[in-house]
Design a protein around this ligand. Structure first.
Ligand SMILES: [Fe+2]
Ligand SMILES: [Fe+2]
Length: 222
């Protein structure tokens, strides 16, 4: 899939999760916890893969988007912090969960919709040919798949729901399966402990500007 299509698809998934959570902001329980965990997972997979598949080539290509790539990384971090807060602030009538959700969604809309989709996408189309964008998309999809596998390998199952009131550690991260199962807790990060063996031949995306071998990419994953 072409990389801008893949990014748009990811943004749509995240936007839908935000909207579902907005409807449950005052309703504690396993369903809301699962939605929070799914949102955190989807955002982490997206931001890590997007940085490696797109931001890095933008930085090394000497393009006008170099500054955006650097700022985008900071915005990703702020977004990750905000959504992770959702797993420690219980939904309820006091409005605290709703407030965190609102801020997280605003960060997402500003970064993903107002900046990436409206301003960055047209410039990426100028910088990369359709073939290059297709290869970048393959690269991003592969990174996402590998990160999802790594995450499900590190933690085999969800933690008890009773533990959701305290901050969580990387070792306690949630565990969606490759088939898309939803963990009951939000992951703190996507660990890079498990790295697949590099393939014998280079795929075509490895010839793109700024591209590193896949195994190297994953070693650098947060
Ligand atoms: Fe982004
Ligand atoms: Fe994005």
């Amino acid at each position: 899939m072409e990389i801008l299509q893949l990014i748009s698809q990811d943004h749509g998934i995240v936007k839908a999760l935000f909207e579902r959570l907005e409807r449950r902001a005052a309703e504690p329980g396993p369903e809301t916890e699962s939605l929070v965990a799914e949102l955190v997972t989807e955002i982490l997979l997206h931001t890590k893969a997007e940085e490696r598949a797109l931001y890095r080539p933008l930085q090394t290509k000497g393009s006008s988007l170099k500054d955006f790539a650097l700022e985008g990384h900071v915005e990703h971090k702020l977004l990750e912090i905000a959504v992770k807060r959702l797993s420690v602030v219980p939904p309820g009538a006091d409005g605290k969960f709703k407030a965190v959700l609102k801020v997280a969604k605003e960060l997402f809309v500003h970064h993903a919709v107002e900046e990436e989709e409206a301003e960055v996408f047209p410039k990426v189309r100028e910088l990369f040919s359709p073939e290059e964008r297709e290869a970048l998309g393959e690269r991003m999809a592969t990174i996402k798949t590998e990160l999802r596998k790594i995450k499900s390998t590190v933690v085999p199952g969800p933690a008890p729901a009773s533990e959701t009131a305290r901050p969580i550690t990387p070792e306690e991260a949630g565990s969606p399966s490759a088939a898309g199962a939803v963990p009951s807790r939000a992951p703190e990060s996507i660990p890079a402990a498990v790295v697949p063996a590099p393939s014998a031949g280079k795929s075509r995306e490895e010839n793109l500007p700024g591209a590193a071998p896949q195994s190297e990419e994953l070693r650098r994953a947060v």
